[in-house]
Design a protein around this ligand. Structure first.
Ligand SMILES: *Cc1c(COP(=O)(O)O)cnc(C)c1O
Length: 455
């Protein structure tokens, strides 16, 4: 049977996205799993399950590796910006900011989380393909970089800024027309994407933005997709972006930034073999330099926007094992106390994960089981046909690489409260998100008088 060894000896500490598990994962003297010096089963006992565990050092190492690789490989200025849609909270904003990175946000909620988390406003980038008037106003008021995605953004901003003197700092997002091998749902750079201006609209948008009183076009943005293991699409992207930069500058804009988006993949299962952060940054940097130099363009500030590769590998979700159903010669289901509400990726993208019993990670794998969630959907399965030791009811199961797009995509389906989240470091654990209570779910319910039960 294939084995899953989250505590592999040859962990790539500099590039957490290449590992199965947080970089601090180790065994204690009784061969139980520790992350950040904390025993996972113990955390489950203290904080309850399901529980999101985030390893601080894994997050920080990923941030440092992006910044260091940019400094080492790109001769101009650079800034890595964390895509906070991957997992947004005050503490994560704070960690990323303390590592000198910026943040990209796509809603009022993500924006206030970044601001209150201590991210300097000049390092905040505001995205979105359907920004509301309120969202744009908030972004303008707070002087964050606003990424123009479409004509609607331009029209709304003109309105907002008409009574003010201040110029908005603007980036222009366009669709670079680049395909890459990832799940159909998360390709965004291809021609039929909903995001950004089309390439053939660029010139007229540049002309439209020329000499405007209400803003200054300072950068261009494109993003080609997520969970990408290839680096070549970024070479093509650099070329398309440099071409656009040249046109923009010719048309009178002093564009100083190229933002190449995010997308570096992470390791969810043993066959996943993503490039390291430094390999990715090297290709991106060298391609931008080459594409700019061949057009005799002054080097822009290079920005990139990693999300998953910063936070994904730092996360482990701990569940408690509950019921068991055997269908002889077909399948064995083991049900856990969470599922698609705390991790909607398997049901949404057929994403695969790796898991183990956190107090018996070395035990022989004796059966192939399907780990099912507790929701009323047959598709609510977190792991399909995965090898595990014979497990007991109430044992704790850890699912790895769950730091990105789990909490941020979580729901209250079946009126299930969202899990708590803790951050671990150096043997200490601290709550960073309290567990929702069933009462919290009633908070927004309103009962008009005529519905109140009599008697
Ligand atoms: C989702 C997204 C990112 C981050 O993508 P990852 O694959 O998580 O690195 C960056 N930029 C934009 C515009 C995005 O939509």
């Amino acid at each position: 049977m294939p084995t899953f060894r989250p505590f592999e000896k040859n962990q790539d500490k500099a590039s957490p996205n290449r590992n199965f598990a947080p970089i601090t994962t180790e065994l204690d003297s009784k061969e139980r799993l520790l992350v950040g010096g904390c025993r996972l089963a113990k955390l489950a006992e203290i904080y309850g399950t399901p529980l999101y565990v985030l390893d601080e050092l894994t997050i920080r190492n990923a941030c440092r590796e992006y910044t260091k690789s940019l400094n080492d490989n790109y001769p101009g200025e650079s800034l890595a910006v964390y895509a906070s849609k991957a997992n947004s909270s005050l503490v994560i904003s704070n960690i990323v900011a303390s590592e000198g990175m910026g943040i990209d946000v796509v809603s009022e909620g993500e924006l206030i989380t970044a601001l209150r988390g201590g991210v300097p406003k000049e390092k905040i980038v505001f995205h979105g393909n359907n920004k509301s008037l309120d969202e744009l106003y908030l972004a303008y008021e707070n002087d964050v970089i606003i990424v123009l995605d479409n004509q609607n953004d331009i029209d709304l901003l003109k309105k907002i800024t008409s009574l003010h003197q201040k110029k908005a700092r603007l980036m222009l997002r366009f669709t670079p027309g680049i395909e890459c091998h990832t799940h159909e749902y998360i390709k965004t750079g291809h021609i039929d994407s909903k995001f950004g201006f089309n390439l053939d609209e660029l010139e007229s948008v540049f002309n439209q933005l020329k000499g405007i009183r209400w803003g200054r076009l300072i950068g261009l943005h494109a993003h080609i997709g997520s969970q990408i293991f290839e680096v070549d699409p970024h070479k093509d992207l650099a070329d398309v972006m440099a071409e656009a930069l040249q046109i923009g500058r010719k048309l009178g804009h002093s564009i100083q930034m190229l933002n190449v988006g995010g997308g570096l993949g992470i390791r969810y299962i043993s066959s996943d073999d993503p490039p390291s952060i430094s390999q990715w940054v090297k290709v991106v940097s060298e391609s931008v330099v080459k594409s700019c130099r061949s057009r005799s363009l002054e080097l822009p500030l290079l920005m990139c926007e990693p999300g998953r590769s910063i936070i994904g590998p730092a996360g482990v979700t701990i569940y408690q094992i509950g019921s068991r159903k055997e269908i002889s010669n077909i399948k064995t289901y083991i049900s856990i106390d969470g599922g698609m509400s705390d991790n909607p990726r398997p049901i949404t993208y057929q994403s695969k994960y790796s898991a183990c019993l956190v107090d018996r990670p070395l035990a022989d794998k004796e059966e192939i089981v399907t780990i099912a969630g507790k929701h009323c959907e047959s598709g609510d399965v977190l792991l399909n046909e995965f090898p595990l030791p014979m497990s007991f009811k109430d044992e704790f199961l850890g699912v790895f690489s769950t730091g990105a797009y789990n909490f941020s995509m979580s729901s209250n389906y079946n009126r299930i409260p969202k899990p708590a989240a803790v951050i671990v470091n150096n043997g200490e654990s601290e709550l960073i998100q309290r567990r929702e209570l069933p009462e919290d779910l009633l908070r927004n319910d309103i009962v008009p008088d005529r519905f109140i039960a009599k008697g």
